[in-house]
Design a protein. Structure first.
Length: 319
């Protein structure tokens, strides 16, 4: 046997980029931009031009925002230098030169960053759930309020409902791209509402990326968030349901509620894909690390689960 034939063949998991997979699975920045702009116009009677994207990650939303035209600018804020660099290389770097000049990325804690007053501030993909103590969440909302123009609007999304408190998995197949997105709710504590979740990816050649992303959050409820927003100074806090059933009731099983706060969203439920399964249908499909599977390493030591009123530092560890 030749050395070449003995060499292990690269799998789809080996070649995959987890940031590309994430965006294909859970983001729709074109729809987000349309929703933000249309809602802002309805509320303020004018067009929004300056966007701030907190917890921006790869800054895809900021890039889409400036594509609207030469008058549009975006500021992305994230504490992780590695994901910001990925965004510079793979998202901002692909913009036309004129558009690139109108996107600014800031490596900073959203609790400390200072930016010019903006028309719209967004915190999407449940990112702000990292703040698990009430006083910290209130501090963030006060900072968001202070960062807006007088008629500015703050948008953030949520998920909730009965299924959000279950330890379960949900899969979405993206046949066009040859992979399956797996959302795992691995741990939930009913007293503290602490939860640990993972995102896995499985490919049509059988290879996998296990724990591509891990999150540790407090699962906040809409009433809690609305109360905090009003306490922070916002004049209103409106919830946009994921959808309505035949009786006109909101559906929040695995969904997104939208909070929109006037100072004076992608309406996204589960990931959009070709086919979905949940609960027992998804169990036993990706347990353990096997040949052809890639596991994203953790770089932060594990930490104990915080009790009521206790706080963990931003940037939670993998399990």
């Amino acid at each position: 046997m030749s050395a070449r034939s003995a060499k292990k063949k690269s799998t789809m998991a080996d070649k995959a980029d987890i940031h590309e997979l994430y965006e294909l699975s859970v983001q729709n920045v074109e729809h987000e931009t349309e929703f933000l702009q249309a809602t802002f116009r309805e509320l303020s009677g004018r067009t929004a031009y300056l966007l701030r994207e907190d917890f921006c990650g790869t800054a895809s939303a900021s890039c889409q925002w400036v594509r609207q035209g030469s008058d549009y600018q975006a500021i992305g804020v994230d504490i992780d230098p590695s994901v910001l660099e990925w965004g510079r290389q793979n998202r901002i770097g692909r913009l036309d030169a004129a558009d690139r000049a109108r996107v600014s990325l800031i490596e900073s804690d959203v609790l400390e960053v200072e930016t010019p007053p903006v028309d719209i501030l967004v915190a999407f993909n449940f990112s702000y759930f990292i703040f698990d103590a009430r006083e910290t969440m209130l501090r963030y909302f006060k900072r968001a309020y202070a960062a807006l123009k007088d008629d500015g609007v703050f948008f953030c999304d949520m998920f909730g409902g009965p299924e959000s408190q279950e330890e379960t998995k949900e899969k979405t197949k993206h046949k066009k791209h040859g992979f399956t997105y797996i959302w795992e709710q691995a741990e939930f504590h009913p007293v503290t509402h602490y939860m640990r979740t993972h995102i896995h990816f499985k490919f049509k050649d059988g290879s996998k990326i296990k724990k591509a992303f891990t999150y540790e959050w407090r699962l906040w409820s809409p009433p809690e968030i609305r109360e905090l927003l009003l306490e922070a100074g916002f004049s209103s806090a409106t919830v946009y349901w994921e959808g309505e059933d035949e009786d006109g009731e909101g559906e929040l099983e695995y969904g997104v509620a939208f909070e929109l706060m006037e100072k004076s969203k992608v309406i996204r439920g589960g990931p959009v894909g070709d086919e979905e399964c949940a609960g027992a249908e998804c169990q036993g499909d990706d347990e353990g690390v096997t040949e052809g599977e890639r596991e994203v390493p953790c770089s932060v030591p594990d930490a104990p689960i915080a009790g009521p009123g206790e706080e963990r530092a931003p940037g939670f560890p993998c399990p």
